[in-house]
Design a protein around this ligand. Sequence first.
Ligand code: F3S
Length: 246
Amino acid sequence: MTLLRVLRYDPERDEEPRFAKYEVVARKGLTVLDALLNIKDEVDGSLAVRYSCKSAICGSCAMTVNDQNRLACKTQLSTLGRTVRVEPLAGYSIVKDLVVDMRPFWEQMRRILPYFITKTPDPEKERLQTPEQRRVIDEATWCIFCGACSSSCPVMWTDERYVGPAAFVKAWRFVGDSRDEGAEERLDAINSEFGLWRCHTIFRCVDSCPKSINPTVAIESLRKGLIRRAFWRPFAKKEAPLVRVK
Ligand code: F3S
């Protein structure tokens, strides 16, 4: 038997959060999300959990399990010990139980203009990219927007205006892309007291990514871009990659 301690909190009814205890048989193949859904189906239908694909693709079920941010659908219960503590992502306000308000996360994502910007006339066919150019941004394209990295960052806990590691990774995904022409605007958006210079290289974001992305590589690449731009305007993206991503 595994003891599941799940944080329960309904801001409309409860004065403060509390841990509810459930006993679960951690049979092989049972994920943390499966266990939570079993509790919801068979014990207490009021338990609130956000999920969608159950395949580690949509990023909806990120939560803190035994002090580490993980995707509940990808985490095998049997690997976690006899007592498992499940909490909502830190740094965001709780909507109910394990569901948090991700609006600040999406707000920061919008700031870095997460879409292709092109200024030169459209080519006759597609904008081509060599395998070497694609490799520069490969890792940054794995992000599934789960928020696990941003939620693990102590800087974000103190100020939700901080852009955060997830948005930095997304910014690098475009700034480092040989086809994109919006580096100037994106670098402007993160060159602020709540942007790149607020990162204190605490590295918690690295340990928490369920897709094994290293956000600090993106952060260092963008910082080098800003420094380079300060000395050699305009930012010359056609040069060799600033930092190798893998
Ligand atoms: Fe935060 Fe990661 Fe920087 S944990 S301080 S964004 S290295």
